[in-house]
Design a protein around this ligand. Structure first.
Ligand code: ADP
Ligand code: MG
Length: 252
């Protein structure tokens, strides 16, 4: 087959990815990790159902490398298991759909051969682990930026996973959402629905789980600022958009 008979756009993209992957010597890193060797600058964060997740130092920045390590994945699944391969391909697809959207986890590069994906580390810490002084820094501006991001998620059908472990917060950079996915066929959830769920499933749940009254109060205050932004950004009373949320907020 002649090279110019390849679909040019696809070819160019894969070529750039392959070069970036090579430049970061990721093939060697992934091979070593699969052989259970320690690699300098690489540390394990989590073994999840589908993949092992590592923190990896890349000069000034920090990356997150997900790959499939035989023997560590769920149950008796093996590396070439079509479901495992499909899971990695889906994650890459969803990350590519979210590429360039400020506030979503960003892909750096990937390799289908290695079943590996490298993304940028989200700034800050997950809202599940946020100290009360950091919660107090969630401002109306941060909630407004989140609402704008969720507006932009509507067209590509990006859906955020509302687990508080998947929402990071940094006082300077605001909210960053990891582990998002794109709905099949581009069907989307509305921005206000996702925003309301974020306040309810993310922040109200966290507040209700708090035994320390002070911590509970700062979370409640943060939800209050979120409700204000709901009013201004979506031009609707929160009680009409998310009645259950407003009720739960009042009983906090
Ligand atoms: N981009 C990222 N920045 C910072 N931490 C991350 C990032 N991606 C994953 N992590 C950490 O690894 C954990 C597991 O990754 P995640 O993609 O959420 O796996 P799962 O699909 O199993 O939920 C997260 O809860 C988080 O602590
Ligand atoms: Mg997760």
């Amino acid at each position: 087959m002649q090279e110019n008979s390849l679909p040019s756009e696809e070819y160019a993209f894969d070529d750039i990815e392959a070069q970036r992957y090579d430049k970061l010597s990721l093939a060697g890193t992934v091979r070593a990790l699969k052989d259970d060797q320690q690699v300098e600058g690489v540390s394990l964060i989590a073994n999840t159902r589908n993949a092992s997740v590592y923190r990896i130092e890349l000069g000034e920045t920090v990356g997150i490398l997900r790959t499939v390590i035989p023997g560590r994945i769920a149950d008796d699944a093996y590396e070439e298991d079509p479901e495992i391969v499909q899971g990695v391909e889906d994650r890459i697809d969803h990350l590519l759909i979210g590429k360039g959207l400020d506030g979503l986890e960003q892909i750096i590069t990937y390799s289908i051969d290695d079943l590996a994906v490298l993304t940028e580390a989200a700034p800050g810490v997950s809202i599940k682990d946020l100290s009360p002084d950091k919660v107090a820094k969630m401002s109306r501006e941060h909630f407004e930026a989140l609402a704008i991001l969720l507006d932009k998620c509507e067209a590509p059908g990006i859906i955020i996973d509302q687990d508080p472990e998947n929402v990071f917060f940094d006082a300077e950079k605001g909210f960053t959402l990891i582990d998002y996915y794109a709905a099949e066929g581009g069907e989307s959830l509305s921005s206000e629905l996702q925003f309301g769920l974020f306040l309810e499933v993310g922040l109200c749940n966290l507040a209700e789980q708090q035994s320390d009254p002070e911590h509970r109060q700062v979370l409640k205050d943060a939800v209050g600022r979120g409700l204000e932004v709901m009013r201004t950004h979506y031009r609707a009373e929160p009680a009409t958009i998310a009645p259950a949320l407003v009720q739960r907020y009042q009983t906090l």
